[in-house]
Design a protein around this ligand. Structure first.
Ligand code: UDP
Ligand code: MG
Length: 330
């Protein structure tokens, strides 16, 4: 049994692998805990996987999951968490934006009895004003729309106790908005502040379109707000229309008929048409996500395992993972 599982999702991170292991191993060796480093190769197109296997020959605590294609960071991380055996699990980025040196502090808080210790950014280096502002607006929006509170300025870098991990494993949804899921499971939480570094080498895979879709995922998986608001918008428009109708009837009764109104008709029609299309679009967002979920496809497919076996996962699920094994067939 290991005490610490470090889960690293990697997509085309070959230039960072060497330094990542150097820094990680230095930190965990100093902690004196038994550990495993679970690397999930998310269908990289470069030599990431070969490098990981090479490192595994050097250090058998490094275990590798190779996924059948690129599934995206959240799912890669989920795969790693599924296979993790440790009493505590720490997901960490491969690009060294999450400083491995912080792991010591996370573990210290865990030993004090906290079940989730998240790393909270004090500063964001190398991020544009635009990115910071939109991120801030998004968190304000989502916290006003949902009941769960997602802590500000946190990413996926955190320590989770086995209890929290097992709870997380019971959430079967495909739209894995991890920040929301982490917050949803609750448990005794605390924060450790840190300065987020710049990506060591290589390029981020995020652009604004992906961020926008990420935001949609987050909002739709945790809030019905966008669906419900239209009842109220509709009611408000109906009330205004009713008032206007009464006014027109009275005016016609008192002053007789004249025939203006082309412009106002046009504006009203276009406005309502727009509102209706938007409503349909929002319903479509939810419908599409429902469709994704009911198909019930496996979250990810494993091509190869190095140092891990499927049975280990089954055993860990029987022991603690509750019903996750039955709910998410894989
Ligand atoms: N990643 C992944 N699959 C992907 C994209 C990214 O596993 O499809 C990994 C990537 O290798 C890195 C982490 O997720 O370890 C964070 O990715 P990135 O640095 O691109 O995101 P950012 O730090 O800009 O949010
Ligand atoms: Mg990064």
């Amino acid at each position: 049994m290991v005490s610490l599982s470090i889960v690293v999702p990697l997509y085309c991170e070959a230039p960072n692998v060497e330094l990542l292991f150097t820094r990680l191993e230095q930190v965990v060796d100093a902690l004196g805990l038994s550990y495993e480093i679970i690397c999930v190769d998310d269908g990289s197109k470069d030599e990431t996987l070969d490098l990981l296997i090479l490192h595994r020959h050097r250090n058998s605590a490094i275990k590798v999951i190779s996924l059948s294609r690129n599934f995206g960071k959240d799912i890669a991380m989920t795969a790693g968490i599924d296979f993790a055996q440790g009493d505590a699990v720490i997901p960490i980025d491969a690009d060294l934006q999450d400083p491995p040196e912080l792991i010591g502090e996370l573990v210290a808080k865990w030993r004090e009895g906290f079940e989730v210790v998240y790393a909270q950014r004090r500063s964001r280096q190398g991020e544009t004003w635009m990115k910071r502002t939109t991120a801030k607006a998004f968190y304000r929006l989502i916290s006003s729309m949902t009941a769960i509170s997602i802590p500000r300025d946190t990413g996926d870098f955190r320590l989770m106790d086995r209890r929290a991990v097992d709870a997380l494993k019971q959430l079967p949804e495909r739209t894995r908005f991890m920040k929301g899921l982490f917050a949803w499971v609750g448990f005794k939480q605390t924060a450790v502040p840190y300065d987020r570094a710049q990506r060591h080498l290589g390029q981020t895979k995020w652009n604004y379109w992906r961020l926008w879709n990420f935001a949609l995922d987050g909002i739709t998986s945790f809030s019905f707000g966008p669906l419900r608001i239209w009842s109220y918008v509709g009611l408000a428009i109906a009330l205004v229309a009713f008032g206007r109708g009464v006014f027109l009837i009275l005016r016609t009764l008192i002053f007789g008929i004249d025939v203006p109104g082309y412009a106002s008709l046009m504006v009203t029609m276009l406005f309502l048409g727009g509102v209706q299309l938007m409503t349909l679009g929002i319903m479509g967002e939810y419908l599409g996500r429902i469709y994704e979920e009911v198909k019930g496809r496996p979250l990810y497919l494993v091509r190869d395992l190095y140092g891990l076996s499927e049975t280990e996962v089954m055993v860990s699920r029987l022991e603690g993972g509750g019903q996750s094994g039955d709910r998410r067939s894989r």
